[in-house]
Design a protein around this ligand. Structure first.
Ligand code: ZN
Length: 111
C-alpha cells in the first residue's frame, strides 16, 4: 500500500485530473484509505452532492458536497520537489522502509 492517510496526492485520470491556471496539478490530502476496497477519500476530490432531508439538524434540508471514494490506482503521490504526481519506490534506511520519489529521491516518510 503506497498511499496512506495524510499523504498529498494528485489524480491521474478522471474529473480531478485537471490543472489550475498556472499549470500546477490540483493536490488533495488523503482523508481515509479503504484497503479492502482499493479506494481512498481525498479532501476536495470527487465531490458529490448529497441532498439532505429536512430534519432536526437541518430544518431547511438542502444540498451539501461530500467526497466520494476514488480508486487508488487513479491517485499518485505528489512530490513537492518535482511538483507533480510521481511513482514511489520503497527504500530501506535507518528508520526502516521509507517511500521515496522515483525521480528525485524525495523521501515521503521523513519526519
Ligand atoms: Zn520528486
Amino acid at each position: 500500500m503506497k498511499i496512506r492517510r495524510d499523504d498529498i496526492v494528485v489524480a491521474v485520470s478522471g474529473r480531478q485530473a485537471v490543472k489550475d491556471k498556472s499549470g500546477k496539478p490540483i493536490t488533495g490530502k488523503v482523508l481515509r484509505v479503504f484497503p479492502d476496497r482499493g479506494t481512498a477519500l481525498v479532501e476536495g476530490f470527487n465531490l458529490v452532492k448529497r441532498h439532505l432531508r429536512k430534519g432536526p439538524k437541518t430544518p431547511q434540508g438542502g444540498i451539501v458536497e461530500k467526497e466520494a471514494p476514488l480508486r487508488l490506482c487513479k491517485l499518485m503521490l505528489y512530490c513537492p520537489e518535482c511538483k507533480k504526481g510521481v511513482r514511489a519506490v520503497i527504500r530501506r534506511s535507518a528508520e526502516g522502509r521509507v517511500r521515496a520519489c522515483r525521480r528525485c529521491g524525495h523521501a515521503f516518510d521523513a519526519s
